[in-house]
Design a protein around this ligand. Structure first.
Ligand code: XIL
Length: 373
């Protein structure tokens, strides 16, 4: 009896793993169309959960670090660099034969305050800030020269209305800080691709401002390969139409497009942005799906996801990469943003690392799309 049960269990396990092996993956299905990426956290880089490691390697052709290459984590104090995590991250991509991109060199968030002040706490001059930017970019890009395909050089320089964000970089250097960042990155690794990255790129005023900035950079002789549209989406926004319009505008501007941080929150949202300093207080009404998601809501989310993915495929001649911001629902930053402690379901794998049904549909869609590249 015991032996029978054991062999039945063994047969089930073997069948399940054969099925997994035979299963088509998103990595394969998107090949020749665009890179299909995921943001990874340090637990994943360290391989704490084997199921997550397996999934990252199997389903994705590209990785980006969720936090460890940002200005503050990598240079917490002037000239004190912390490389361990970023080194391990790059090594993981190489082990998995994945394309590795860097995020991000110049950003107003997650940056050490030291960057903008002198020893006495006084704001630094434009020359000093420019030189600190150069040193930071030269060190980070230089260290991974030839191993990182491209960099988010500047992140989130615009407001949603298309005005320049009034960041410390902008206050001290004006809009030229963007140009300097691209120049320094190119000097540090002439072969690396260089990207501008932002959220709400679907917003017409913001998209127009980005297109204008691309033109200005090119007129100044700077290299810029692509615009990264973060793609932090909600159930009602952006619309498919607004998203397509933004893709068309970027395509017309002659840059490649990357969807760099894709997720679709299923929860009600107090606002539409991804400005990480924003925080709202918790309430039960804003966290309605702690136990389960009603079928109608799940169907709506699936449709939104598939419609968007279909759009990215439609533009795959210019969309070079689509990256999910988080491997599974459990690790998604949206459980804590813009309200802490909620339960969101914004990405492709569930809290048990199981594929959502939408994945099979996405694979079918990608396989039906002819490669143009
Ligand atoms: C987020 C990370 O996911 C969080 O872990 C961190 O606490 C805050 O930053 N736009 C970006 C990303 O460019 O770097 C942000 O990532 C999400 C919004």
């Amino acid at each position: 009896m015991k032996i029978k049960i054991i062999s039945a269990i063994a047969a089930i396990i073997i069948m399940a793993s054969l099925q997994t092996m035979a299963q088509k993956t998103l990595r394969e299905a998107t090949k020749g169309k665009f890179l299909f990426g995921v943001a990874v956290n340090m637990q994943q880089v360290n391989g704490i959960n084997p199921a997550e490691s397996e999934l990252i390697a199997r389903e994705f052709s590209a990785i980006v670090p969720e936090n460890v290459m940002k200005p503050q984590p990598i240079q917490p104090e002037e000239n004190k660099f912390f490389w361990d995590n970023a080194d391990k991250f790059v090594a993981l991509g190489e082990k998995n034969k994945q394309v590795v991109t860097g995020h991000c060199l110049i950003w107003h968030s997650q940056i050490g305050r030291w960057m903008f002040v002198d020893a006495a706490g006084k704001e630094v001059s434009p020359e000093v800030l420019k030189e600190r930017m150069r040193q930071h970019i030269a060190a980070v890009v230089g260290r991974y020269k030839g191993r990182v395909k491209g960099w988010d050089v500047v992140n989130e320089a615009f407001e949603d209305n298309g005005k320049y964000r009034n960041s410390k970089f902008y206050q001290i250097l004006g809009k030229d800080f963007i140009k300097y960042a691209f120049q320094f990155a190119h000097e540090a690794d002439p072969d690396a691709e260089l990207y501008y990255n932002d959220y709400n790129v679907e917003n017409p005023a913001k998209c127009d401002a980005i297109v204008e900035m691309v033109k200005e950079l090119r007129n100044a002789g700077c290299r810029i390969d692509a615009v990264g549209s973060q793609g932090h989406m909600h159930m009602k926004s952006p619309t498919l139409e607004a998203t397509e319009t933004s893709l068309k505008k970027l395509k017309a501007a002659g840059v490649k497009i990357l969807i760099t941080e894709w997720d679709i929150s299923i929860l009600p949202s107090p606002f539409d942005g991804a400005e990480i300093s924003k925080n709202f207080s918790y309430s039960k009404e804003m966290d309605p799906y702690r136990d389960a998601i009603p079928d109608s809501v799940q169907q709506k989310w699936n449709k939104h996801m598939l419609d968007m993915f279909g759009l990215f495929l439609k533009y795959h001649d210019v969309v070079d990469r689509v990256t999910l911001w988080g491997l599974n629902d459990a690790v998604s930053w949206l459980n804590n943003f813009p309200i802490r402690g909620r339960k969101d379901y914004p990405v492709l794998f569930d809290r048990n690392n199981q594929r959502k049904s939408v994945v099979e549909e996405m694979i079918k869609m990608a396989e039906k799309t002819k490669s143009k590249k």
